[in-house]
Ligand binder design. Structure first.
Ligand code: GAL
Length: 671
């Protein structure tokens, strides 16, 4: 009895200790992180690191533990994420760190699983995220120009970056406090657009570096795709292949912050796939050629919830063909093959970290070996034990895309499949070849099983998760009004820029004006066979024209010209326009200046007495859709709408909300 209660007491105090550790954020014994030309140095030791890109708001907090666990099981040492400014500060000065934006919770979960974190604060992130992560209100700061040597921008950027660094410090999440944060990033691929900003761009990047280093984070900072990164910042590579990348100083290590293991999907386009053989090849080649930190962008891609998708024209799914799919399930054989690769790389880690640089051996015209010899001077007992078993690790690459080749290495013959790397942790035995997939292959069939509610039969079946078809035996519909639907509308002279009006509270902006058409005009059109035409210099992303409540034409694209013949009646006619954004621009220079909706002049051409310029006319504006603002799509408030059952012979209205009900569903890969 006494033993039992002592045991229980011990367990309780253990639980208490673990709990206290988690609350104070101490997941590790505090350690420092620095780097040399070869690698990150974690707690005094060089490390070869595999990192898994996971963006916390692209999953739900309920999914986070599973994703982190699967990343760890797959061989990741590090999780990498951006920080999403517009999610954290949707209104200036009002912060949101709840729910999917509970950054501290996410980091604590990473720490408690024993993984590290590379946090990319940006705050510009690109990431196919609405407006590249910038809050829309930032455009309204007087005198602001984004991402250049501009005082108002620098002030706002510094405030947010400092806010995040202070948060990490206050919550004791840095490694030197026992937390998992080992590395940060500031800006994102600025090098790609720097020349657009001339000298001011160069000044900006110097300021960015000083600002970041001045925040006292005491961990290394990275800038990706930044050839002129100052000496105090590691410049890293992004791309499909980064072997051969050289940082801008021999004293910096070779880091790969984004290995694109798939790609994002645009509306109407094919779902991109990257074969795992090629992905594994790129990773093995990277470590073969002196790389030491590699991150999968994305290891889990997830979902663009709400209106977070950037654009224009990116779909809601951010699955990315990543090793963990949008639903948090393992994508095989991608996940498994990479796990095998990581196991092989880990076996090489002692040699990889010990050698300052590899020995290069040319094995053939397109074949080569890199051999990492163990440094004999080591007082690490683990290393010296390993050295007795093996004293080098080697990578044999065949970069011929078509031919398998036999090569001689270390007195033996090795057959190398085309476009492959063989990994020999002991310089003799091949434990892994990137082109040979041993991991289980699953057939990409998804099945849904849904407990049926009483009045509903539901069957969901799909050959691919992007082609889900939902068949329910009853659907409800409600029409969305065409045009002005509320007293929040207002009238102003001239065409207003869309984002100035909507403030991105909605994708939709209605514009209404009234045109008077005389009997003379009608006769003229009849006799001359000319049509009146709505002509607009430039519009984006989706644009629709209605005459007297009926749709007359649409345009889709990024700043496209509209020339739409229409028909008017004699007397007053409503000319109604609907401009829709489909994800705000998230990449490129000067994104704050791009705006949305209509640019240039809007005219009616083909009238008897010449063109009518409507650019300065009186227009009535209505932000958003009724159903959107009344939350017709939400579980809580959909009952507010006047739903009617959809009948087979119903004539669809121009805009319709559809509601189908199912109680619950889950899916699995069939293997
Ligand atoms: C990179 C960028 C990422 C993401 C990626 C494409 O250039 O840094 O944020 O946009 O492209 O998915």
């Amino acid at each position: 009895m006494a033993v039992r209660s002592a045991l229980i007491h011990h367990l309780m105090s253990l639980t208490l200790t673990i709990h206290l550790l988690a609350v104070s954020g101490e997941f590790f014994k505090p350690f420092n992180v620095s780097y040399d030309h070869r690698a990150l140095i974690i707690d005094g030791k060089r490390r070869m690191l595999i990192s898994a890109g996971v963006h916390y708001p692209r999953a739900t907090p309920e999914m986070w533990p599973g994703i982190i666990e699967k990343s760890k099981e797959g061989g990741a040492d590090v999780i990498q994420s951006y920080v999403f400014w517009n999610g954290h500060e949707p209104t200036k000065g009002q912060y949101n760190f709840d729910g999917r934006y509970d950054l501290v919770k996410f980091i604590r979960l990473i720490g408690s699983s024993g993984l590290y974190l590379h946090l990319r604060i940006g705050p510009y992130v690109c990431a196919e995220w609405n407006f590249g992560g910038f809050p829309l209100w930032l455009r309204d700061v007087p005198g602001i120009e984004f991402r250049t040597d501009n005082a108002p921008f620098k002030e706002e950027m510094q405030r947010f970056v400092k806010k995040i660094v202070d948060l990490l410090r206050d919550e004791k999440l840095f490694c030197w406090q026992g937390g998992p944060v080992i590395m940060l990033q500031v800006e994102n691929e600025y090098g790609n657009i720097e020349s657009s900003y001339g000298k001011r761009g160069q000044e900006y990047i110097k300021w960015v570096a000083n600002m970041a280093l001045g925040l006292g984070a005491e961990v290394p900072w990275v800038m990706c795709q930044q050839k002129d990164a100052p000496s105090t910042i590691i410049n890293s590579c992004n791309g499909y292949y980064c072997d051969g990348f050289k940082p801008n100083s021999p004293s910096k290590p070779i880091f790969w912050t984004e290995n694109w293991d798939g790609w994002f999907t645009s509306w109407g386009e094919r779902t991109p796939h990257r074969p795992v053989e090629d992905l594994a090849f790129s990773v093995a080649r990277f470590f073969q050629r002196e790389g030491s930190f590699q991150n999968y962008y994305m290891y889990f891609g997830g979902t663009n919830f709400g209106r977070t998708a950037g654009g224009p024209f990116y779909i809601t799914s951010y699955d990315y063909d990543s090793p963990i799919d949008e639903y948090g399930l393992l994508r095989e054989p991608k996940w498994g093959h990479l796990k095998d690769l990581h196991t092989a790389l880990k076996l090489c880690e002692p040699a990889l970290v010990s050698a300052d640089s590899p020995q290069y051996i040319k094995l053939g015209p397109k074949q080569e070996a890199h051999v990492y010899h163990m440094n004999s001077q080591t007082d690490d007992p683990k290393l010296s034990e390993l050295r007795s078993l093996r004293n080098c690790s080697a990578f044999l690459a065949n970069i011929d895309e078509h031919k398998a080749v036999s090569v001689k290495f270390n007195g033996q013959t090795y057959k190398l499949p085309p476009w492959s790397v063989s990994i020999l942790p002991d310089c003799q035995n091949v434990v892994f070849n990137t082109a040979k997939v041993a991991a289980q292959t699953s057939i990409n069939v998804l099945e849904f099983y849904a407990p049926l509610s009483a009045n509903m039969s539901l069957k969901l079946h799909a050959m691919d998760q992007n082609e889900l078809s939902i068949i329910a035996n009853s659907w409800m519909t409600v029409e969305e009004p065409i045009g002005i639907w509320s007293d929040t509308s207002f009238t102003a002279k001239g065409m207003l820029e869309q984002l100035n009006v909507t403030k991105d509270r909605s994708d939709y902006l209605w514009y209404l004006t009234r045109i008077h058409v005389s009997n003379d005009d009608i006769t003229f059109w009849k006799e001359s066979n000319v049509s009146p035409t709505v002509t607009i210099d430039s519009v984006r992303d989706v644009f629709r024209i209605f005459i007297n409540g009926k749709i007359a034409g649409s345009a889709i694209g990024q700043w496209v010209k509209v020339v739409q013949p229409v028909q008017f009646l004699e007397g007053y006619n409503d000319l109604l326009l609907l401009s829709e954004t489909v994800g705000l621009q998230n990449s490129g220079a000067f994104i704050e200046k791009d705006g949305a909706g209509i640019r240039g002049r809007i005219k009616l051409t083909g009238f008897k007495n010449g063109d009518i310029d409507l650019s300065e006319s009186l227009w009535t504006y209505q932000v958003g859709l009724k159903g959107e603002f009344l939350n017709f799509y939400s579980l809580e408030e959909n009952e507010k709408a006047d739903w009617t059952e959809l009948s087979v012979d119903a004539i669809p209205s121009t805009f319709t909300w559809y509601k189908g009900t199912f109680t619950q569903g889950y899916k699995k890969y069939l293997t």
